[in-house]
Design a protein around this ligand. Structure first.
Ligand SMILES: NC(=O)c1ccc[n+]([C@@H]2O[C@H](COP(=O)([O-])OP(=O)(O)OC[C@H]3O[C@@H](n4cnc5c(N)ncnc54)[C@H](OP(=O)(O)O)[C@@H]3O)[C@@H](O)[C@H]2O)c1
Length: 267
């Protein structure tokens, strides 16, 4: 069987530098493209010290996709991800989107383009299995617990808020319904912002602190009972790598956009 030809945008980043050796080690895929601005022109194999890999880093996805490619993986930045994804789709290349910061409207546009160009796109705000399970169980719980709010945790260095995972969570919960709230935020006395931000009608409270990596807690309430479902990431990128490899393997098997790693797991 032919290997899946993969281009990684964000090749020198925290995720990219763990993802590239993992792709190189996987028997069913190969690295054909690497994108990053500050190291463009250098050899990604040398930079990451990956044996048997010699490939010049390109400064843009457009340049990298001049080489025949099956799947683009994007772990870059909220500023560049949308144009990278659209460029890949318009070149007939499947996309695995790990970068956060895209809105529901961005995803609608990406989904329409993917259908039009007949390519698959998988976007997950968090490619860790435990984050996928948090999404899955939260959607299940929302069907039985009518009131909920979300606490979104990340390090003090994270520039975007809420996290991609929390946006995805709020989006998925909105498909179940709107949470029941006895006092709408508009009727709150005092400082309304203390009730958090409304994301797809879910109140989200973003915490940004040193010592935190990333996480989310969904709190469900009903008279006389409470349920919380919480996910906390550790410090290594490994959990995202495993989920991303799975997404690379699945993304060529359908057309259009799928959001959330749970959408491709057998749950
Ligand atoms: N879905 C998930 O499971 C998951 C997990 C972890 C992180 N993330 C998200 O993934 C993104 C990347 O995270 P990270 O921690 O790996 O970030 P990072 O360490 O800052 O790395 C970003 C990488 O992207 C490159 N880059 C940035 N802007 C670019 C542009 N305009 N064109 C080309 N390359 C560009 C950077 O190189 P240059 O600056 O040299 O261009 C670098 O290689 C973030 O949005 C983060 O929130 C998602």
């Amino acid at each position: 069987m032919d290997k899946i030809r993969v281009c990684v945008a964000g090749a020198t980043g925290w995720v990219g530098r763990s993802l590239i050796p993992a792709i190189q080690d996987a028997g069913d895929m190969s690295i054909v493209g690497a994108v990053a601005r500050s190291s463009s022109g250098k050899d990604i194999g040398d930079i990451l010290n990956v044996k048997g890999l010699s490939l010049m880093i390109k400064s843009s996805v457009r340049d990298a996709l001049e080489v025949p490619t099956d799947v683009l993986v994007d772990f870059t930045s909220p500023e560049s991800v949308k144009s990278n994804v659209l460029t890949a789709i318009r070149n007939g290349v499947g996309v695995v989107v790990g970068t956060s910061g895209l809105s529901d409207e961005d995803y609608d546009e990406i989904g329409r383009e993917a259908v039009k160009e007949e390519v698959g796109v998988i976007a997950a705000g968090n490619f860790a299995i435990s984050a996928a399970l948090l999404l899955h169980f939260s959607v299940l719980a929302a069907k039985h617990m009518p009131s909920w709010e979300v606490v979104d945790f990340a390090s003090s260095k994270k520039v975007d808020a809420p996290s991609g995972m929390t946006r995805e969570l709020a989006y998925r919960l909105s498909k179940v319904g709107r949470p029941v709230s006895e006092i709408p935020v508009s009727d709150v006395k005092g400082i309304k912002e203390a009730r958090g931000a409304s994301v797809n009608h879910t109140q989200v409270h973003s915490i940004r602190l040193p010592g935190t990596v990333i996480g989310a807690e969904v709190l469900f309430g009903k008279p006389d009972e409470r349920l919380s479902i919480r996910y906390d990431a550790g410090t290594s990128a490994q959990p995202y790598i495993d989920g991303t490899l799975l997404a690379i393997r699945k993304v060529q098997k359908f057309k259009g956009l799928k959001r959330g790693l749970d959408s491709i797991l057998d749950l």
